[in-house]
Write a new protein. Structure first.
Length: 71
């Protein structure tokens, strides 16, 4: 996988929420978990870089299904 491919395979929660048609908070809680639920992504699917979460496309597909089709 080239450097460009690697960068294209990760996104922020905001970008993921837009692409999948979800609320931003839904994706962020899937990354970090919250009081009533553990994180939904594996260590291979997400990581935190500073205060920003990075999520793989494969992780989003596993947790939320296929992304919305653009018309």
């Amino acid at each position: 996988m080239t450097g460009k491919d690697i960068l294209q395979s990760v996104m922020t929660p905001t970008e993921a929420a837009e692409r999948w048609g979800l609320a931003d908070v839904t994706v962020r809680q899937a990354c970090s978990g919250y009081k009533k639920a553990a994180p939904r992504f594996t260590e291979d699917e997400t990581r935190q870089s500073g205060r920003t979460w990075l999520i793989t496309i494969d992780g989003m597909r596993r947790v939320f299904g296929e992304e919305l089709k653009k018309e």
